[in-house]
Design a protein around this ligand. Structure first.
Ligand code: ZN
Length: 170
């Protein structure tokens, strides 16, 4: 079995598990809410930065090293539900996440985006989140990356350390 097949299988389990949790219909099962309630940024919770409204966490199932997720603390699924203040905080954190990835990884480019709804590819559609990830020339194209076929050259603790160190002060 190739690495790509292994990786795609792992992601499939993750998506399936998320769907099962959602079918139970309890917000206790929301992984983003659990992360939001997990306290200060640490290597253990994978949170790189947070304030009262927004947090930035390493994707535990990254498409590339340094793949970050930016989410509102409040459990909501659509852009329309964001307050103006939450929306501004989300974008500012996204902007800063892009800067931190740039400093930590010096990539050739970045992808920033959201998958809104399961049909659009969201693994966890009930809690809004934006993806920010580094890209390199000769990389696979974006659709391939989003399909989850990537090899991981770096451990999550190592990514956490690099991005935390690169996060701008203030
Ligand atoms: Zn949630």
């Amino acid at each position: 079995m190739s690495l790509d097949q292994l990786w795609a299988g792992w992601r499939h389990d993750y998506v399936t598990a998320a769907g099962a949790a959602e079918r139970r219909g309890t917000d206790d099962d929301c992984v983003f809410c659990r992360i939001a309630a997990s306290g200060d940024p640490s290597e253990d919770n994978g949170v790189v930065w947070r304030d009262e409204l927004t947090f930035v966490v390493l994707n535990a199932y990254p498409y590339a090293s340094g793949h970050l997720l930016v989410a509102p603390v409040r459990h909501l699924s659509s852009l329309a539900e964001l307050t103006v203040t939450e929306s501004a905080g989300l974008w500012e954190a996204t902007r800063t996440a892009a800067a931190a990835i740039g400093t930590a990884y010096d990539p050739d480019g970045l992808n920033i985006g959201a998958n809104l709804g399961r049909a659009a590819g969201a693994g966890i559609p009930r809690h809004l989140h934006l993806h920010v990830l580094p890209r390199w020339s000769g990389d696979t194209n974006f659709m391939t990356a989003v399909a989850g076929v990537r090899v991981l050259p770096e451990s999550l603790p190592r990514s956490w350390e690099r991005l935390t160190r690169a996060w701008p002060p203030g």
